[in-house]
Design a protein around this ligand. Structure first.
Ligand code: HEC
Ligand code: HEC
Ligand code: HEC
Ligand code: HEC
Length: 446
């Protein structure tokens, strides 16, 4: 599977958004109390269903067309009818994928029956209200020109807030602990694809149905891509650890639930001709023969924290190693180390949300990533994949912040291409080739 590619063209300003405790408690649209009116109610030609962007309007007004034609979310329900889904359903003993709550909770806007308006259709897949919140209360007032804050008070989900956006996207792109809205190793074993995710990259590759311009920045939050990346790492890791700590979710028979582990620690060739896989890693500290906890997000977070809060960086590194080592101990110690690590991860989310990333920060974080590569910490495919998305995100943010010129950008992009090539196929991944590709960034930025 290919690493998601980042088009190098995000616009964003450098700013910090403190994380309000109340905001973090806000329910995602699927669980909130507002009824969903359906995509058709948003997609009228004078509303969000224009064929061309409207001139003189704050928003594009052709959002529906972009979503319907280019955005995979509009096809999320339809894929439940394809052969792969049929096979997954058969393997799991489900009657059909497109009628199973297990699949619909992420592949459609599966709110309760009494929360569905007259024009609501499940077949619309992941529609406007899956992300923007049930529109029953705000549909009328937002048409009449309510402000963003007023809309939010009436139930619009604030997708511009990076913490809340992370919570929303991760709820489907990883899952929700203590819920069936979760892809277990059993579901993956039945044929569901692996779900790599990085918030800034995925925000960028979702076909944009909005423009971050001066007008937008006045109305809404517009964090830098690096900040979105940093927050996304922490929020995603928090979700993973919460699932590890959830008693109904954290075991598969005698094994721990394996989605939190590095897939390729088990699923790889044993032939040494492809690559000599096993090597001790400083940040892990386990002997050979143990599956590794997937620490890709943790390596990224450590790099960020080392720059913005070195004490937190050390704490994250120490707690990460503790968790790795606990995998060789009993289940209780695994749980207790996961709990300790979650505290540091939540601290990281708060720190990242309150930090305005400067040009110097961006450069330092980039160098920090290269150092992790050199130390062999990006040896696992999952970490390499996160590193490539991170590099794309950082380079793009540096461009936006004016930290690099056109000549530098060209060289960086060429190097990024080499990293994409080295991670193009997880089955053929060679850590040595990737290490060389990433080391090639050194010297390209001061
Ligand atoms: C926790 C949320 C979640 C659940 C539960 C879930 N999926 Fe998915 N599924 C996703 C996401 C997210 C992707 C896209 C991954 C990507 O491309 O990055 C996906 C991708 C897929 C794909 C590949 C789509 C494509 O375009 O090739 C299929 C097929 C699929 N899911 C079927 C199912 C079936 C069948 C079920 C129920 C057994 C299910 N999914 C349950 C979130 C979920
Ligand atoms: C997968 C999640 C997702 C889906 C589905 C989605 N959006 Fe969005 N939308 C976003 C994000 C993220 C933003 C950018 C952050 C923001 O402005 O809140 C956004 C922004 C917008 C904006 C704000 C533009 C501005 O300048 O303020 C409008 C309008 C919008 N979406 C309409 C729609 C409509 C209409 C649909 C359905 C046809 C839709 N969206 C589907 C996530 C989504
Ligand atoms: C209700 C569940 C849900 C939510 C919320 C959601 N997604 Fe998705 N997303 C999916 C599913 C399911 C797919 C796979 C659809 C397919 O392949 O047909 C997907 C696919 C994608 C893809 C395409 C990936 C690829 O491999 O090409 C991107 C990009 C993406 N989502 C970004 C986001 C972002 C950014 C957010 C948050 C603003 C978000 N999604 C929120 C369920 C969701
Ligand atoms: C601790 C080792 C281990 C880890 C980690 C692990 N798996 Fe597995 N996986 C297995 C075993 C054992 C089977 C059963 C193999 C069989 O049926 O032949 C399996 C089966 C599968 C299968 C179906 C059988 C096959 O090999 O085609 C898929 C797909 C799969 N796993 C995906 C994943 C993904 C994705 C991840 C990471 C999120 C993952 N696994 C993590 C051990 C692991």
């Amino acid at each position: 599977m290919r690493v998601a590619r980042l088009a190098l063209a995000t616009a964003a300003s450098i700013a910090a958004w403190p994380l309000a405790a109340s905001a973090q408690d806000l329910k995602i649209p699927l669980y909130a109390a507002d009824a969903h009116v359906g995509v058709t109610s948003c997609g009228g030609s004078t509303c969000h269903g224009a064929v061309e962007p409207f001139k003189g309007s704050n928003v594009l007004q052709n959002e529906f067309v972009t979503w319907q034609r280019e955005d995979k979310h509009s096809r999320a329900y339809a894929v439940l009818m394809n052969d792969r889904s049929k096979r997954i359903a058969r393997n799991l003993g489900l009657e059909a994928a497109h009628t199973a709550k297990l699949c619909l909770d992420c592949h459609s806007d599966n709110v309760a029956q009494d929360m569905r308006g007259r024009q609501f259709q499940l077949s619309d897949g992941v529609g406007c209200e899956s992300c923007h919140g049930g529109a029953r209360r705000w549909l009328g007032t937002h048409v009449a020109g309510a402000t963003h804050d007023e809309n939010v008070k009436a139930g619009l989900y604030p997708t511009d807030d990076p913490v809340l956006r992370a919570k929303l996207c991760v709820s489907c792109h990883f899952g929700v602990a203590s819920d069936t809205k979760f892809v277990t190793h059993k579901i993956m074993g039945a044929g569901h694809p692996r779900m790599p995710f990085e918030l800034d990259t995925f925000t960028t590759i979702q076909p944009a149905h909005y423009v971050v311009d001066d007008d937008y920045r006045k109305r809404k939050k517009s964090p830098s891509g690096v900040q979105v990346w940093a927050i996304g790492q922490a929020m995603q890791m928090a979700a993973i650890l919460e699932s590890v700590l959830d008693g109904s979710r954290n075991r598969q028979g005698v094994f721990p639930e394996l989605v939190a582990f590095d897939c390729h620690a088990c699923h790889h060739q044993m032939s040494q001709e492809i690559d000599l896989r096993w090597q001790g890693r400083r940040g892990v500290g386990l002997p050979p023969g143990y599956p590794r906890f997937n620490d890709a997000n943790l390596v990224m977070m450590r790099v960020i924290a080392n720059r913005i809060d070195p004490e937190l960086g050390r704490r994250l590194a120490a707690r990460t190693t503790d968790l790795h080592k606990a995998v060789a101990g009993g289940f209780d110690s695994y749980q207790s180390k996961a709990r300790d690590l979650l505290v540091a991860v939540n601290d990281m989310a708060r720190r990242a949300a309150a930090h305005g990333f400067s040009k110097d920060d961006m450069q330092a974080v980039l160098t920090g990533l290269l150092d992790e590569g050199k130390a062999g910490e990006l040896f696992d495919y999952a970490a390499a994949e996160q590193a490539v998305m991170a590099l794309g995100s950082i380079i793009s943010a540096m461009k936006t912040a004016g930290a690099i010129d056109a000549a530098q950008l060209e060289k960086l992009n060429a190097q990024l291409e080499r990293c994409y090539a080295a991670t193009a196929d997880d089955e053929l991944f060679r850590p040595g080739d990737f290490a060389a590709a990433i080391e090639g960034f050194r010297g390209l930025v001061r």
